[in-house]
Design a protein around this ligand. Structure first.
Ligand code: HEC
Length: 145
């Protein structure tokens, strides 16, 4: 029993070390990039450029939910600059608001997975959920030059 507990503790520690070693700027950009791809896939279905597919539609929101859950941890104080980041200093001045926006993205996306049954319901959900993206970029992300 004691041995099992120790083994679990060692594994947990190894996990923490791994997370600490990954570059948070790269990790958060990769997650956002994946969101961008899913967002495009969603848009294509909404606009009829791609046929509607229920699994693909739910996958869009699943990716958004994952980002909403994982992103807050990827903006540590040590990652304000470097790695060609487009993150604005305002993030760390209003970290609670910033994190709350990700929490909202996650919970809205989770609800959207449940609510999506067909193209019409997908359209409605997609329009609402993606407001979270632009809303945050407006305040916390450098405009593209
Ligand atoms: C709570 C804030 C927030 C929300 C919500 C958010 N983003 Fe972002 N996003 C950012 C920030 C900050 C960056 C810049 C990250 C960096 O450069 O370090 C970013 C960057 C990006 C990028 C560029 C990635 C790159 O490789 O430079 C894409 C694409 C993107 N977001 C898409 C989305 C989509 C799609 C959604 C909605 C599903 C979304 N984002 C929701 C804050 C947010």
């Amino acid at each position: 029993m004691v041995r099992t507990v120790l083994a679990v503790a060692v594994v947990a520690l190894a996990g923490t070390a791994l997370v600490a070693q990954t570059d948070p700027i790269k990790a958060r950009k990769d997650l956002m990039e994946a969101n961008g791809k899913q967002s495009k896939a969603g848009n294509d279905m909404v606009q009829g450029k791609q046929p509607f597919n229920l699994d693909a539609a739910k996958k869009v929101f699943a990716a958004f939910q994952e980002a909403g859950e994982k992103e807050p941890a990827l903006f540590p104080d040590t990652s304000k600059t470097g790695g060609k980041t487009a993150a604005l200093p305002a993030i760390w001045e209003n970290k609670a608001d910033f994190d709350a926006r990700f929490a909202k993205l996650a919970s809205d996306s989770k609800a959207a997975i449940e609510a999506t049954k067909d193209l019409d319901t997908f359209k409605a959900q997609f329009t609402e959920v993606t407001k979270n993206c632009g809303g945050c970029h407006q305040v916390y992300r450098k405009k593209e030059t």
